[in-house]
Design a protein around this ligand. Structure first.
Ligand code: ADP
Ligand code: MG
Length: 330
């Protein structure tokens, strides 16, 4: 047997990138989540050629201090948790400290950031994990990250990328879910110069729904709300006459994080019971809020899956809240 070695950071980051950065939409997701965690009220996303050539996310959030900027791109570097205990009270979308180093390991990244309105900020350029430039620069408050030539140094991964249209579909899907999860943030998504989504950031979830699914569908949404001592539910579900052939128009959001959860979808479908034609699925945007102690988000590298500790009670409340909203309508 060859001797056992501890991998250097560069290889470790490339391995982590394999999990965290599956395709352009994963980069968009991670960068936008960082912008949300930074307290931004405006987030602009620009992609070219489905994100394979170019992704830019700029925000008006807290910015990163010049003295912290190199650290932000290091492995397991995060400002969001500091102890194991914190894992059980997570209120931010990120906490693993893996996104920036992973992205920088497999792309050419430029980040310009400033923490105040002095007009002065810091710029860093990293390519394939190597810092190429680091200097003071003029910058507005917030962070502006550009990711170019994703997977330029990992040809095997690049080969897996689908058409521009497919990659763009994944990107817009994520941005839509993020916009639905944060109606109080103004999002803009542009692809090859055209605007695909613009939300106002005024907190009105139904307006975001209208921006994504169209006003005709938005008019056919019913408000849902429910509460018990542990959980609060709010959002909208479509009238049974508005259906889809798949479940992609069901969005479940837990404490502001878009997640996929089989049981939750089943509870939503059960609430419709016989109201839906066979093999048809409703539109739904459901926000669930609870004490973070009641969930485990640390089960999936992209944090898309979570575990609830009072799942039965939660699913019952979801089903019952939607059922009564649907019955009230008739
Ligand atoms: P995580 O989000 O898990 O903490 P990341 O690698 O995504 O890890 O980011 C590392 C750190 O860089 C974050 O903890 C945060 O302090 C900082 N950071 C990243 N993006 C932004 C941003 N858009 N605005 C402000 N700070 C940021
Ligand atoms: Mg992050």
């Amino acid at each position: 047997m060859p001797e056992i070695r501890i991998l250097d950071d560069h290889i470790a980051n490339q391995i982590a990138a394999g999990e965290v950065v599956e395709r352009p939409s994963s980069v968009v997701k991670e960068l936008v989540e960082n912008a949300i965690d930074a307290g931004s009220t405006m987030i602009d996303i620009t992609v070219e050629d489905g994100g394979l050539q170019f992704i830019r996310v700029s925000d008006n959030g807290s910015g990163i201090a010049a003295s912290e900027l190199k650290k932000a791109f290091m492995r397991h570097a995060t400002s969001k948790i500091s102890s194991g205990q914190d894992l059980f009270r997570i209120r931010t979308l990120g906490f693993r400290g893996e996104a920036l180093p992973s992205i920088a390991a497999v792309a050419k990244v430029e980040c310009v950031t400033a923490t105040d309105d002095s007009g002065l900020g810091q710029r860093i350029v990293i390519e394939g994990g190597e810092v190429k430039e680091f200097a003071e620069t003029a910058a507005p408050k917030g962070t502006d990250i550009r990711v170019k030539e994703l997977f330029y140094n990992t040809p095997a991964r690049l080969k897996y990328m689908k058409t521009v249209q497919t990659e763009l579909g994944h990107v817009s899907d994520y941005v839509y879910r993020l916009a639905l999860s944060k109606p109080d943030i103004s999002f803009t998504l542009k692809h090859n110069g055209s605007v695909l989504l613009q939300t106002l950031g005024n907190g009105d979830l139904l307006q975001v729904v209208a921006g994504i699914y169209g006003t005709a569908h938005a008019r056919k949404m019913i408000p849902v709300s429910g509460e018990d001592p542990d959980f609060r539910i709010w959002g909208y579900v479509g009238k049974p006459e508005v259906t889809r052939s798949n479940r992609y128009a069901i969005t479940t959001i837990v404490n502001g994080r878009y997640i996929r959860h089989y049981g939750l979808v089943q509870a939503i479908l059960k609430a419709y019971h016989t109201l839906l034609p066979i093999n048809r699925y409703p539109l739904a945007v459901l926000h669930l809020e609870m004490d973070p102690i009641l969930l485990d988000v640390n089960v999936h590298p992209a944090k898309l899956e979570i575990r609830f500790s009072k799942e039965t009670e939660l699913l019952a409340l979801v089903e019952q809240s939607i059922r009564s909203a649907l019955l009230d309508q008739r």
